[in-house]
Ligand binder design. Structure first.
Ligand code: MG
Length: 379
């Protein structure tokens, strides 16, 4: 057994886990429970209160909140109170959807760093998040595997040498198919992701490639790069998580196992280094890189279009997609209808400025309304 380190170097980092009953939350609690330098100080979930209670008992946590707000941008007040009560060093935001924006802002406004698994915080509120961070200086460290990889690469590359950042996409279960072959795919097929184990919403987003579209917008805000400087390549093995193209034509890449506990552990400890882990085996590894197909996977093209339009357009894209994916998971619409619903919302709702919370919340609400009426016309 190792000797205890001196007391003054034994700092246990306090983590508030938001979305604790979801895929990211459960994996984060696994990371924390196996890390003597990390502890849980509070838990919050959307709806699964029984699971939350069991987690609170298992981790000895007193402070918990169940938002039960569905897909809306509510409960910011409760979460602000939870942050004040628990005084975390880091807030892990593992909420799903636009509902994660308010908690991200609540933490950053208090100067508390966020380990961000909720990409929608940046998709919907990227400009607002930037304003708050500029005023409080609070840190945002991505948990999304591609962004964690690029975050780590950029830390070691002089900015003047960076030409393009490259996000890898597994391509999901329907890689290589054409539009005709996607018309009748069922929920169970779309949920069968070949490489990653994730929640239902993001797994469907991976199958439509909306996830990669949202990640392009996330990268734009996170790394301050223009849309012309962000490239997507399909990489079925999910071992290269991110790449950076340099001025001399070379490419730096970050490889790791397709296991979310790695980027979660990195983000929770930043700026301290992650712990030793099993080395990634290289012998026998095959890496493929393919062009994406934004004609078949129309959500990818729609996301880039919304990102370039800026303002409230990404909030509209995201709101309609959340409604459409929920309907697809309920067998109410077909797989290709997801993109059709999102396209209709983007067509119908004019783009407004995206630098005020109220304007993006209004765009989110309008988008959900348009998506619902669009789906009624499909039925
Ligand atoms: Mg990702």
């Amino acid at each position: 057994m190792e000797a205890n380190p001196p007391l003054d170097s034994w700092i246990v980092r306090r983590i508030l886990v938001l979305g604790s009953t979801g895929s990211i939350g459960v994996q984060a609690l696994d990371v924390i429970s196996r890390s003597p330098d990390l502890s849980v100080c509070g838990l919050a979930c959307g709806t699964q209160i029984e699971v939350l209670r069991a987690q609170a008992v298992a981790h000895g946590v007193v402070h918990t909140t169940c938002a039960a707000g569905g897909g809306t941008l509510t409960a910011s007040q409760d979460l602000g109170e939870l942050i004040d009560a628990t005084q975390p060093d880091v807030v892990l935001n593992g909420f799903v959807g636009a509902a994660g924006l308010a908690p991200t802002l609540a933490a950053l406004e208090r100067g508390i760093g966020v380990a961000l698994a909720n990409k929608e915080s940046l998709v919907v509120g990227g400009e607002i998040v930037a304003k708050v961070r500029a005023s409080t200086g609070a840190m945002l460290v991505p948990v999304d595997s591609e962004h964690s990889a690029i975050f780590q690469l950029l830390a070691d590359i002089p900015p003047a040498r960076v030409r393009t950042i490259v996000l890898t996409a597994s391509g999901g279960p329907f890689r290589g198919r054409d539009t005709a072959a996607l018309r009748d795919v069922r929920v169970a097929e779309a949920l069968a992701h070949p490489t990653w184990s994730m929640g239902a919403k993001i797994t469907i987003d991976s199958a439509t490639m909306m996830n990669k579209g949202l990640e392009i917008i996330e990268a734009h805000h996170l790394f301050g790069v223009g849309y012309d400087q962000i490239q997507v390549v399909v990489h079925p093995q999910s071992l290269v998580h991110g790449m950076v193209r340099l001025d001399d034509g070379s490419v730096m890449s970050h490889l790791g196992p397709p296991d979310m506990r790695v980027p979660i552990g990195y983000a929770l400890r930043w700026p301290d280094p992650p712990p030793e882990n099993t080395p990634l085996p290289l012998a026998g590894m095959t890496l493929e890189f393919l062009e994406p197909d934004p004609t078949t996977f129309r959500c990818l093209a729609l996301a880039v279009e919304a990102g370039r339009a800026g303002g409230t357009a990404p909030a509209v894209l995201n709101g309609a997609n959340e409604v459409a994916v929920a309907a697809f998971l309920n067998d109410e619409i077909g797989f290709l209808d997801i993109a059709a619903v999102v396209a209709a919302a983007l067509d119908e709702i004019p783009v407004g400025p995206g630098d005020e919370l109220e304007s993006v919340l209004e765009a989110d609400r309008m988008s959900r309304d348009v998506a619902l009426s669009q789906m009624r016309s499909l039925a």
